[in-house]
Design a protein around this ligand. Structure first.
Ligand SMILES: Cc1cc2nc3c(=O)[nH]c(=O)nc-3n(C[C@H](O)[C@H](O)[C@H](O)COP(=O)(O)O)c2cc1C
Length: 355
């Protein structure tokens, strides 16, 4: 264990030296979008993957395909990481794979469920294994740790890894404050909203429907449920809220707005708030939680409804996203002059409807 940590720490130290040099030179408080799209798809049992439309072997010359073990997809990683723009090193003595992308480093050890993302310890559901002499690693953990978006389509047993352009980080004005506004039907978005508020030192405001959604209301498999009716009748999606007025609204210059994804778009209880408030002069950052869909068009549609404000690309978190991921993102968005300015790649994958 000590050996793994020391290998990891050496790499992290080398990387931090490189990034602190470039941060010291940086005077800008916003970074421009690179807008480059990356899409990699692969299928369980198929040794070929598609990288931005081009077919390639997942494990060149060996014909190894992704497998599912304990509900997780395991893959031979080298060609995948290299296609994503990262690098892979192998420490034979500790049987540890060291993956590096964009100054983040992951350490994964054979048959161990302990994984490191930089200096943070994570527990994996399924440990890396060696099968037929190949090291098979959990792709979702790796891709999400590197801030790629991962979608799983059960019917076709397909994994899609995506990353699209980036957005500016936000430097709040000297006296400006940040606010997190959210709607959550079953608690996932609320958890993420709280993580953001605590990481960004922001105030928080919950959007509460006057008529809350019950479990039966939310049952999208029931053709007679409230949510299905509203989904099918767009003009019935105006949800009356307990309050749309945030105390001291004018004092906020950064507003995070969060919601669950419903049928690929923002859950409509947020619409009323967005339509009723003036976002002029505010930077607005959407975030959502979902089972598998990305942020998709949700932020852009809300921006259209609002008609004011400087809306940014946003971030999708999976329903059970850990606090560490959410806070790292939130801190990078609302930087402060003491922290190193760091550009986070945010995702805007195509909508994949899971229902
Ligand atoms: C009516 C309804 C529609 C949903 N549609 C989608 C969807 O299109 N894509 C998806 O990935 N998840 C979908 N989900 C799952 C939720 O987005 C996900 O569970 C979310 O984290 C719930 O957040 P909350 O707990 O804050 O309400 C849907 C859930 C419900 C209730």
């Amino acid at each position: 264990m000590k050996k793994i940590l020391s290998v990891l720490m050496m790499l992290v130290f080398a990387m931090s030296m490189m990034t602190s040099c470039s941060a010291a030179e940086s005077k800008v408080t916003t970074t421009s979008a690179s807008a480059e799209e990356f899409v990699l798809t692969m299928q369980i049992g198929n040794p070929m993957m598609k990288v931005n439309g081009t077919e390639a072997e997942i494990d060149p010359g060996r014909g190894i395909a992704p497998i599912v073990q304990g509900g997780r997809t395991l893959v031979p990683i080298r060609a995948i990481i290299e296609a994503m723009g990262g690098t892979v090193n192998w420490d034979e003595e500790t049987q540890t794979a060291l993956l590096e992308y964009n100054s983040d480093i992951i350490a994964l050890t054979i048959v161990s469920t302990t994984a490191y993302l930089n200096d943070k310890v994570n527990t994996l559901d399924v440990a890396p294994v060696v099968i037929n002499d190949r090291t098979m690693l959990p792709i979702r953990f790796i891709a999400e740790s590197f801030k790629f978006d991962v979608d799983w389509i059960e019917e076709t047993q397909t994994v899609t890894i995506k990353k699209m352009g980036s957005v500016p980080t936000v430097q709040p004005s000297e006296n400006g404050k940040a606010l997190v506004v959210y709607y959550s039907a079953s608690g996932s978005t609320e958890r993420v909203a709280n993580y953001i508020a605590s990481a960004a030192n922001a105030d928080i405001f919950e959007l509460e429907p006057v008529k809350p959604y019950t479990d039966a209301d939310l049952n999208w498999t029931d053709q007679n449920s409230r949510v299905v009716y509203e989904h099918e009748h767009e003009d019935e999606r105006i949800v009356e809220l307990e309050s749309i007025n945030v105390p001291n609204w004018d004092s906020y210059d950064t507003v995070f707005i969060g919601y669950p994804i419903w049928w690929g778009i923002a859950a409509w209880p947020v619409d009323n708030f967005v339509k009723s408030n003036d976002f002029t002069g505010k930077t607005v950052i959407p975030f959502c939680t979902s089972a598998s869909s990305g942020l998709g068009e949700s932020g852009r549609l809300l921006e259209e409804m609002a008609g004011t404000g400087n809306w940014q690309e946003g971030m999708r978190f999976r329903s059970g996203a850990p606090e560490s991921d959410v806070s790292a993102w939130a801190k990078s968005i609302v930087g402060n002059t003491n922290s190193r300015i760091r550009q986070y790649e945010l995702t805007n994958p195509a909508i994949i409807l899971i229902i």
